[in-house]
Design a protein around this ligand. Structure first.
Ligand code: NAP
Length: 281
């Protein structure tokens, strides 16, 4: 598995998303667990979850998988609701997540999206959890460029390690200022929903993708994932509920593009030419 530098560490080129897992019947649950195990067994060493995903069901399923693995072999990321963003509620949410995940620390704990709590209070709560040894580092999600700048100006705001935003071929706004700003500030970027999420309602797969995928002897989904990670400068976290999809996603890490291919894709899915409000799912 190719690696990238993420969260100041050597990390697999893709992580595993887990939204909507643990919410189905027994057969589905077994398939999701097998997919996660396959990922861990084949070099993926980051898992992304949140207290919101199935109101704890995703974390519970992950806990049942990772208890059989050495905890230091992978990074575990979870997120708390914006209405749990005060120091007291952060601690409560975190302890509940750790219990469901059957672990005693998270590598990264993220504010899922911005709410009403002043950012300074949230930073204080997160720093307390670092001091307590319950999280290694912290970050944010769904932050736009102005949110990042505001956070960066706060006491300890520069300790924010990562920001996780929507990024796929149909939603390229973050290339304009967020990605360059994060690089300049040594803050890792997590790209969520490489396929536009379940059902792909947020991403239209144009004929150019189907045709190019066919020429490259890969699937359209493999092309979409390979495109997101083409520059090896961010972590993409596809979600897959089956070993078959997980295997295809791991194979996609080795797909590369010629300059002509990238130019052709840019014609249908152009890079941003100016600042746009952040897309979110
Ligand atoms: N921070 C945030 O606010 C935020 C928001 C959204 C998502 N996320 C994170 O990002 C992760 C990924 O995003 P997402 O779950 O929204 O959607 P996604 O990864 O873009 O798409 C998931 C869909 O793609 C399918 N799929 C996966 N691999 C495939 C393959 N090789 N071929 C065909 N279909 C494939 C999945 O099917 P199967 O499940 O049947 O394999 C599922 O229907 C989430 O799980 C979550 O961890 C974060």
């Amino acid at each position: 598995m190719k690696s990238i530098t993420f969260n100041h560490q050597n990390t697999s080129a893709i992580g595993m998303g887990t939204w909507h897992i643990g919410e189905g019947n027994q057969a589905r649950t077994e398939s999701e667990m097998a997919a996660l195990r396959f990922g861990l067994d084949h070099g993926i060493n980051v898992i992304d979850t949140a207290e919101m995903y199935g109101e704890g069901k995703s974390e519970t399923l992950i806990g049942n998988v990772i208890k059989d693995y050495s905890r230091s072999d992978f990074q575990l990321i979870s997120k708390f609701y914006p209405f749990h963003a005060t120091p007291k509620l952060i601690e409560q949410s975190l302890k509940a997540s750790l219990k469901r995940l059957q672990t005693d620390y998270l590598d990264l704990y993220l504010l899922h999206w911005r709410g009403q709590t002043p950012l300074a209070e949230t930073v204080e709560g997160l720093e307390n959890m670092v001091q307590a040894g319950l999280i290694k580092n912290w970050g944010v999600s769904n932050f736009d460029i102005e949110d990042l700048k505001e956070l960066n100006a706060l006491p300890n705001g520069k300790n924010c390690r990562i920001n996780e935003d929507l990024y796929n071929i149909g939603s390229r706004g973050i290339e304009y200022s967020i990605l360059p700003w994060q690089k300049e500030h040594n803050m890792s970027f997590i790209a969520y929903s490489p396929f536009g999420s379940d059902g792909s309602e947020y991403l239209k797969i144009a004929p150019v993708i189907q045709e190019m995928a066919q020429q490259k002897h890969i699937t359209a989904y493999q092309l979409l994932l390979a495109w997101v990670i083409r520059n090896h400068d961010l972590l993409s976290i596809p979600k897959s509920s089956s070993v078959e999809h997980m295997k295809q996603n791991i194979e996609a890490v080795d797909v590369s593009f010629s300059a002509d291919e990238l130019e052709l894709l840019d014609k249908t899915y152009p890079a941003p030419k100016n600042e746009k409000p952040l897309d979110t799912i």
